[in-house]
Design a protein around this ligand. Structure first.
Ligand code: FAD
Length: 451
C-alpha cells in the first residue's frame, strides 16, 4: 500500500510509526508544511521559561532520525494544498523549491492540527510583539524577545491551558505578567468554585489576573493593550492565547464534511465524509485536533484538542488500515496542568457543561490530604466528582492540589472508561504507604460520601 500522511507532529508521526511497525512493505510518505516534525508542543512554554534548557530536547524526532529509524519518506517544508478523493491524489507544494507536484495514494491520513485564533483585533497587524504559540518557530520568536532581557512587562490574553502555562513561565523569569481572561474564571474544564483555588494560586504568585475583560485593541505598535473596560496595559510582549481553530482549509476545499465549528467530521473509524453526498471516503482518514469527536460521557459531538486523543487516533487508524480490529469509545478530555505549585486535573464533564446539556447530576466534594497527615509535607487536594443520580455512572471529576492530584483523576478517568459507578470507587484497592496516600485514599472517600 502507498500511505500518505498530512501533518508530522502528534497524530501524524504516531500514525507513521505504528504503520511501519505493522508493515515493512508499505510505502509511507509524511508531509509536513514546516521544518520540524514530531516536536514537543506541550513542552514549548517550559522552554520559553528556561525550565527545559536544551532546545534539542524539544525535537522528539528529527526528519533524518525518524526517516532512518522507521524507513519513512518524510518531506518537510511540504504542504499538501489539494486533495482529490475521487482520483485518490494529493497536490503538494514544496516550500523550498516552490515546485508543485501530484502524489497518488491508496490511503490518506490527515492530521493537520489546530491553529491559534488570531481575530482581526484593531492594531494587531502593526504589533510585532503580539505573538501566538503553536510551534518551534513561534517559540523561537518569543524566546528571542524574552532573551533580550528587555521584557519588563508581559500581557497574556486568554486563561486556557496555554495562557496559564505561559503566564507562569514568564512570571518565573522575573517578568511582570498580567493575565487577561474574558470569562469569570480561568481553565474552563473546572467549575467556578474549583477555579477559585487556581485564581488564588495565580494571585499568590504575583500575576496580575484580570477576569471578565477582553482586549479591545492594541495601540502604540502593541506596546499598549487597551481592554474593553477601558483599562490600558503596558506590554513589552503580548501572548495571544484565546483558543484554537481546526486547520480545515484543505478539508473544506476537498468538500469534506465539517461540523458547526469547522472540525472535520469522521465515522467511528475516522474515515472522512463527502459533504455533498454524505458518502464515506473509505480510504481517507482524519485525526487529531482538526476533527470532531464523540464526548465519552454525553455522546454529543465535540472537539478536544489534546495530545492523548491525537496519539490514540493515530494508532487506531494505523491499526484499522492494517485490518486490526479497533474501537472508538469517545473522548473524555482528561487533562492536567501545572499552575505554580498547584496541579489542576480533570476528566469528563463539569457541572457547567452538564447544566448546558440539561443532564442531571449529583455532586460529591472532598478535601483530603494527599498522604498521611503524620508524614511530613502532606498537602490538601480539593476533589469534585459528578455522577448520574440514576445509574450512578461517573460523569466527570476535577481536582486541585499538589502531589498526587493527577493520580486521583487518572484513577477516576479509568473508572469512567471501564464503566465503574461512583459506589465502585469504595472498593478500589489503591497503593498505600504514608508518603503516598492514606489507607482510605481520597478516591475511596468520594465513593464513601456518595454511598
Ligand atoms: P499538530 O501536532 O498541531 O500537528 C499538525 C501538523 O500538521 C503541524 O505541524 C502543521 O504544520 C501540519 N500541517 C497542517 N496542514 C498541513 C498541510 N496542508 N500540509 C502539510 N502539513 C500540514 N496537549 C496536551 O494534551 N497536554 C499539554 O500539556 C499540551 N500542551 C500544549 C502546549 C502548547 C504550546 C500547544 C501549542 C499545544 C499543547 N497541547 C497539549 C495540544 C497538543 O499539542 C495537540 O493536541 C496535538 O499536538 C494535536 O496533534 P495533531 O497531530 O492533531 O496536530
Amino acid at each position: 500500500k502507498k500511505i500518505l500522511i498530512v501533518g508530522g507532529v502528534a497524530g501524524g508521526a504516531t500514525a507513521a510509526a505504528r504503520l511501519r511497525r505493522l508493515s515493512e512493505e508499505d510505502e509511507i510518505i509524511l508531509f509536513e508544511r514546516d521544518e520540524y516534525i514530531s516536536f514537543a508542543n506541550c513542552g514549548l512554554p517550559y522552554y520559553i521559561g528556561n525550565v527545559i534548557t536544551d532546545r534539542q530536547k524539544l525535537l522528539v524526532q528529527t526528519v533524518e532520525g525518524m526517516s532512518k529509524r522507521f524507513n519513512l519518506d518524510i518531506r518537510n517544508f511540504s504542504e499538501v494544498i489539494g486533495i482529490d478523493p475521487a482520483a485518490k491524489t494529493v497536490e503538494v507544494k514544496n516550500h523550498q523549491t516552490d515546485q508543485v507536484y501530484t502524489e497518488t495514494y491508496d490511503k490518506l491520513i490527515l492530521s493537520p492540527g489546530a491553529k491559534p485564533i488570531a481575530p482581526p483585533i484593531p492594531g494587531l497587524a502593526e504589533a510585532e510583539n503580539v505573538l501566538t504559540l503553536r510551534n518551534i518557530p513561534d517559540t523561537d520568536k518569543i524566546k528571542a524577545i524574552v532573551d533580550t532581557g528587555k521584557v519588563g512587562r508581559a500581557v497574556v490574553i486568554g486563561g486556557g491551558f496555554i495562557g496559564v502555562e505561559m503566564a507562569e513561565n514568564l512570571q518565573e523569569l522575573g517578568i511582570n505578567v498580567t493575565l487577561v481572561e474574558k470569562m469569570n474564571q480561568v481553565l474552563k474544564p473546572l467549575d467556578f468554585e474549583m477555579a477559585q483555588l487556581v485564581h488564588q494560586e495565580i494571585n499568590a504568585n504575583c500575576v496580575n489576573l484580570i477576569l471578565e475583560d477582553g482586549v479591545d485593541h492594541f495601540q502604540k505598535q502593541g506596546t499598549e493593550v487597551a481592554l474593553e473596560s477601558g483599562m490600558v496595559l503596558q506590554a513589552d510582549l503580548v501572548i495571544l492565547a484565546i483558543g484554537v481553530v481546526p486547520e480545515n482549509g484543505l478539508a473544506k476545499n476537498a468538500r469534506l464534511k465539517c461540523g458547526p465549528r469547522g472540525h472535520i467530521v469522521t465515522t467511528a473509524n475516522y474515515e472522512v465524509i463527502n459533504d455533498e453526498t454524505d458518502a464515506v471516503y473509505p480510504d481517507v482518514f482524519a485525526i487529531g485536533d482538526a476533527i470532531e469527536v464523540q464526548d465519552f460521557v454525553t455522546k454529543n459531538q465535540t472537539a478536544i484538542p489534546l495530545a492523548w486523543p491525537a496519539n490514540r487516533q493515530g494508532r487506531v487508524v494505523a491499526d484499522y488500515i492494517n485490518d486490526i480490529q479497533t474501537r472508538n469509545v469517545g473522548i473524555q478530555g482528561t487533562a492536567v496542568a501545572k499552575v505554580f505549585s498547584k496541579t489542576i486535573a480533570s476528566t469528563g464533564n463539569n457541572a457547567a457543561q452538564l447544566d448546558m446539556k440539561k443532564i442531571p447530576y449529583q455532586v460529591v466534594m472532598a478535601h483530603r490530604a494527599n498522604h498521611a497527615g503524620y508524614y511530613p509535607n502532606s498537602t490538601n487536594i480539593a476533589l469534585k466528582l459528578l455522577y448520574d443520580p440514576q445509574s450512578l455512572q461517573i460523569l466527570g471529576a476535577q481536582a486541585v492540589g499538589q502531589d498526587g492530584t493527577e493520580k486521583r483523576i487518572d484513577v477516576i478517568a479509568t473508572a469512567m472508561k471501564t464503566g465503574a459507578t461512583v459506589l465502585d470507587l469504595q472498593d478500589f484497592e489503591l497503593c498505600y504507604a504514608p508518603p503516598f496516600s492514606s489507607a482510605k485514599d481520597p478516591v475511596n472517600v468520594l465513593g464513601y460520601i456518595a454511598s
